[in-house]
Design a protein around this ligand. Structure first.
Ligand SMILES: [Zn+2]
Length: 450
């Protein structure tokens, strides 16, 4: 029979063997890309370190450059006494790495993270985990050279900027009045040459800030301005009377409810459609334009709806009146063209069909992606002649005109977008505008004359 003393010896031995001498290494987790990580002028790192068993003893985070180790963090954790192990099992460390402050030059380096626990392993030094990550210190800004010439830009109009970058920058493009238009390479043989179709929103006039910005992997950014002449535009003011007849015929189409105590439920429903649904539809559109084709699918002038009368213009400012009172105002961001009912609607230019479906106030709508962020949209259609994924040629029929959505009669609401901004289609219907503002600029860069 085992004595009490013997039992104590056995239990203490087991305790020492399995608890004090546990062999589980501490864990170090850092949020980092799998491959090499770029470190710019300042890089925030977040590192989580844990040891589930005996607890954390120490952590050391350092950067090793050209054989020299610079300590970023060195931290010892409290002990619970000789027998107790560590008091801390988990810690999150946030640090800001600033190479210049540490006197580190640009180039490859290693981020070293070492953690020890309170195990009795290795003669009371603990289990040890070492994680090393290759990093690249890059504090140099990318260089941006604008290659295209002077920009003449109309309020509500489009433009193109062509520029070269000294290094690949995942984020590069044009900012115009706070709106961002990504730039794309791949059009020119030189992979360092990018182009960005951009636009000036209808409500942004002369004095709007326009520039190219490039941000490299390490977060170094460069902004480069270029010569822009912005021409102000005066848009038409229009007022529309909303009749009960219109509301009676149109509102059932929309899945919105007026509040129960409303004295004018149809007019309230109209407001929800004209305001809230309009915003919701625009959100859908901004999602659609994100995955534009990285190729120029179109060529030459854009075509309009044949034999049609223009009923409303781009950026017409519309007041909506009901029972003699103004109840709403909106900006009309397309051109309304009326022909005969159920008329075939041609694609304005070559492109890819990226949407056919019901789009709230726009009714049955087709979106054509012309590449590099340029889109045309055909709304209030009665039916579709294309499906998503089709490539449509210029003049190919996308559908038949109708009055679906918020339309009083059969007409086409034609709109164009550069990235997520509605632009004036008049420019794209004008062969000399396209030539002077787009084609010549591309040709000049292609031939190397600029
Ligand atoms: Zn319209």
């Amino acid at each position: 029979m085992i004595s009490l003393a013997g039992l104590v010896v056995v239990l203490s031995s087991l305790w020492i063997l399995f608890i004090c001498l546990e062999k589980e290494n501490p864990s170090i987790k850092a949020e980092m890309p799998a491959l090499s990580m770029a470190i710019g002028p300042s890089k925030n790192l977040s590192i989580s370190v844990s040891d589930k068993k005996r607890g954390l003893r120490k952590i050391l985070i350092a950067i090793v450059k050209d054989g020299k180790e610079s300590v970023l963090v060195e931290k010892e954790y409290p002990s619970g006494g000789f027998l107790g192990g560590g008091k801390i099992n988990q810690d999150n460390i946030s640090l800001s790495l600033e190479p210049k402050k540490l006197g580190l030059a640009d180039g490859k380096a290693v981020l070293r993270m070492v953690a020890w626990d309170y195990s009795w392993q290795r003669w009371w030094n603990g289990n040890i985990t070492t994680v090393e990550k290759e990093v690249v210190i890059d504090t140099k800004r990318p260089d941006v050279s604008v290659l295209s010439g002077i920009q003449n830009l109309n309020q509500g109009g489009s433009g193109i900027v062509i520029y070269s970058l000294s290094e690949p920058c995942e984020n590069n493009g044009v900012y115009a009045g706070g709106n961002y238009f990504p730039g794309y390479n791949g059009f020119f043989n030189d992979k360092n040459i990018y182009m960005s179709f951009f636009a000036l929103e209808h409500d942004k006039g002369p004095g709007t800030e326009v520039f190219v910005e490039a941000v490299d992997d390490a977060g170094n950014s460069t902004r480069r301005g270029f010569k822009v002449f912005i021409k102000a535009q005066i848009f038409k003011k229009d007022s529309i009377n909303i009749s009960d007849e219109f509301l009676n015929s149109k509102m059932p189409e929309f899945d919105v409810e007026a509040s129960q105590d409303s004295k004018t439920p149809l007019a309230d429903k109209f407001l929800k459609v004209n305001r809230d649904l309009r915003v919701e539809n625009y959100k859908k559109i901004t999602g659609l334009v994100k995955n534009t084709e990285k190729t120029l699918l179109w060529e030459g002038v854009f075509v309009s709806f044949p034999n049609a009368k223009k009923m409303a213009g781009f950026a017409d400012h519309r007041d909506y009146n009901y029972q003699g009172k103004q109840i709403d105002s909106q900006v009309h961001l397309g051109v309304d063209l009326a022909s005969v009912a159920n008329a075939p609607v041609p694609a304005a230019n070559r492109g890819k069909i990226v949407f056919t479906g019901d789009l709230g106030i726009y009714g049955k709508t087709v979106f054509v992606d012309h590449g590099f962020g340029l889109f045309s949209a055909y709304s209030h259609l009665n039916s579709f002649d294309v499906k998503e994924g089709d490539i449509i040629e210029k003049g190919g029929v996308v559908g038949r005109s109708g009055s679906t959505g918020l339309a009083a009669g059969d007409h086409l609401h034609f709109s164009m977008l550069v990235n997520n901004i509605f632009v004036n289609p008049l420019e794209w219907w004008d062969a000399s505008w396209i030539n002077n503002n787009i084609t010549v600029k591309i040709q000049d860069v292609k031939s190397g004359s600029k």
